[in-house]
Write a protein that binds this ligand. Structure first.
Ligand code: LLP
Length: 418
C-alpha cells in the first residue's frame, strides 16, 4: 500500500499533483510520501505488538533527515553503518538508546564516537573488531554493549549482490564456531555481550529463509545458555522485500505470523532492521524526457535523470516501473529509457513497453525510495537532485538541488600550477 495514485490520468502523491512539484522544483527530483513511510512503519510495528521489540530503520536505505525524523517521531530506532550515519541519526532525533551499529570495517574513531554517544549496541562482525571495541572502550573507561553477528549460512534466494548470510559472504561470524566466539568476547573485560545478530540479505520475498535462520539462531541461544552466556536481544536484521514489478512479498502480518512461533519461546527482545520495506515504495524519481531518438533497431527515450541519480538498474539489473505523470490515451510504445551519462549501463529500462511519451513529458520511476538518492553520485559532474517530501496536501524541499558551486566545494588548485 502506498499513497501514489492516478486520478483523471494524472499522478498524485497523497493530495499533491506531482507535476505541480515538477513545475516548481524542476527535474529530476526524488519525491517521498510521508504517509506511506508512517503506514509501513506502523504495519510492521503493530504486527509485533504482542512482544517486546524494537524496529531500527536501516539508514543506509535512505538517510534524509526529514525521513529519519518522521520515523524517530514514530518511536523507531536506527540501524547505522558509519560515523556519518550516526551523525545524521543524532541530527534527525533518534534516541541513541535505539541505535545499533553494524558494518565490517568500523574504525577506532567511529567506535569512540559511538561509545561517547552511548548507542544501544554494536553489531560486531569479527573477533578483530571485538578486540578493537574492547580496547577503545577500555581507553574511555566504558563498557561497550555488543551483539555478535553470526552468519547462519542461509540462501535467501535474492540477487547475488545483495545476499549476505551465506558462508562465502564477508559478513558475520560462522555459526558453527559461534560458541567459541561468544565465549571469547564474553571474556573481554570492556565488553557486555548482550545480543545476537544476523542479516541474511535484502529484497527477500518469502518467510522461509527467516524461519530457517531463526531455527539456527534459537538453537544457538539455548547452546549459549548452557555455557552460561545469557543474551538479551535477538536481532534478525532487515531484508523484507517489496513489490517492484510482479513480486508477491509476504506482508508484515504474514512475516510476523511465520516468525513469532520461533521468536516468542526464546523470550528475548526482538530487533528488526528494515530499510526497503519502509521507504522503497514511499519514493519516486521524477524525470523529464529530453529527446526521443529513433535508430534503425530501437527507440531511445532519453531522460534528464541518469545512473548517477539512481544506480539500481545499472548495478543490479533491477526493475523499476516507469510511467508518465500524465497518461494520454492507451497507446503504447517499446523503448529503452536511458539517461544522459556516457556509459551504456546508464539505462533505466530495456525494451520496455510504456505509454507513448513525447519530448518534454514527465515520467515517474517508481519504487525509488530505498537505495535511490543515498547511492547517487556526482559522476559526469552532475549536481545531486533535490529531494521533496509530501505531507498531506503540502510539499517541502527536504534537500536542495546541488549547484555547480557545490561541485567544486573543497577542491583546490595548488599555487604551483596557477
Ligand atoms: N541490516 C543490515 C545489516 C544490512 O546490511 C541491511 C542492508 C539492512 C539491515 C537493510 O536491508 P533492507 O531491509 O533494506 O533490505 N543497495 C541494494 C541493497 C543493499 C542492502 C545492504 N544491506 C539495493 O539497492 O537493492
Amino acid at each position: 500500500m502506498d499513497f501514489f495514485h492516478y486520478e483523471n490520468n494524472e499522478l498524485y502523491c497523497e493530495e499533491v499533483l506531482v507535476s505541480d512539484v515538477a513545475e516548481s522544483v524542476g527535474t529530476p527530483f526524488y519525491l517521498y510520501s510521508q504517509r506511506t513511510i508512517v503506514d509501513h512503519y506502523k504495519k510492521l510495528d503493530s504486527a509485533f505488538s504482542g512482544i517486546d521489540h524494537l524496529i531500527c530503520f536501516s539508514m543506509k536505505s535512505n538517510a534524509n533527515l526529514a525521513i529519519c525524523k518522521t520515523l524517530a517521531n514514530e518511536g523507531s530506532g536506527a540501524d547505522i553503518v558509519s560515523g556519518g550515519e550516526l551523525y545524521k541519526a543524532i541530527k534527525a532525533g533518534f534516541n541513541p538508546q535505539n541505535i545499533v551499529f553494524a558494518g565490517v570495517g568500523k574504525t577506532d574513531s567511529e567506535i569512540e564516537y559511538a561509545l561517547k554517544t552511548d548507542i544501544l549496541m554494536f553489531n560486531v562482525e569479527s573477533m578483530s573488531e571485538a578486540k578493537a571495541i574492547n580496547r577503545v572502550a577500555g581507553n574511555l573507561g566504558k563498557k561497550a554493549r555488543i551483539a555478535l553477528r553470526v552468519n547462519p549460512d542461509v540462501d535467501p534466494g535474492t540477487h547475488k549482490h545483495i545476499t549476505t548470510g551465506k558462508k562465502e559472504n564477508k559478513f558475520g561470524l560462522a555459526i558453527d564456531h559461534a560458541i567459541e566466539y561468544f565465549t571469547e568476547a564474553n571474556n573481554m573485560p570492556n565488553l557486555d555481550v548482550i545480543g545476537i545478530h544476523a542479516h541474511i540479505g535484502s529484497q527477500i520475498v518469502s518467510t522461509e529463509p527467516y524461519v530457517e535462520s531463526l531455527k539456527r539462531l534459537s538453537k544457538l541461544i539455548s547452546d549459549l545458555e548452557k555455557v552460561g552466556i545469557n543474551i538479551k536481544t535477538l536481532n534478525i536484521g532487515g531484508g523484507l522485500g517489496i513489490i517492484y514489478n510482479e513480486e508477491n512479498p509476504s506482508t508484515a502480518q504474514q512475516f510476523a505470523e511465520a516468525i513469532l512461533p520461533l521468536v516468542k519461546p526464546t523470550g528475548r527482545r526482538l530487533i528488526l532492521e528494515p530499510g526497503r520495506f519502509i521507504v522503497g515504495n514511499a519514493g519516486i524519481l521524477v524525470t523529464k524526457v529530453v529527446y526521443i531518438k529513433q535508430t534503425e533497431t530501437k527507440t531511445f527515450v532519453i531522460v534528464d535523470a541518469g545512473m548517477n541519480d539512481l544506480i539500481r538498474p545499472a548495478l543490479y539489473d533491477s526493475y523499476h516501473n516507469i510511467r508518465p505523470l500524465k497518461i494520454n490515451g492507451t497507446e503504447e510504445m517499446t523503448a529503452d529509457i536511458v539517461g544522459p551519462i556516457c556509459e551504456s549501463a546508464d539505462c533505466f529500462a530495456k525494451d520496455r513497453k510504456i505509454n507513448v511519451v513525447q519530448e518534454g513529458d514527465l515520467l515517474s520511476i517508481f519504487s525509488a525510495g530505498a537505495y535511490g538518492f543515498v547511492m547517487s553520485s556526482n559522476y559526469n559532474a552532475r549536481p545531486k537532485v533535490a529531494e521533496v517530501m509530501v505531507i498531506g496536501d503540502k510539499y517541502f524541499v527536504v534537500r536542495k538541488r546541488e549547484t555547480y558551486e557545490d561541485l567544486i566545494k573543497g577542491e583546490v588548485i595548488p599555487q604551483d600550477i596557477l
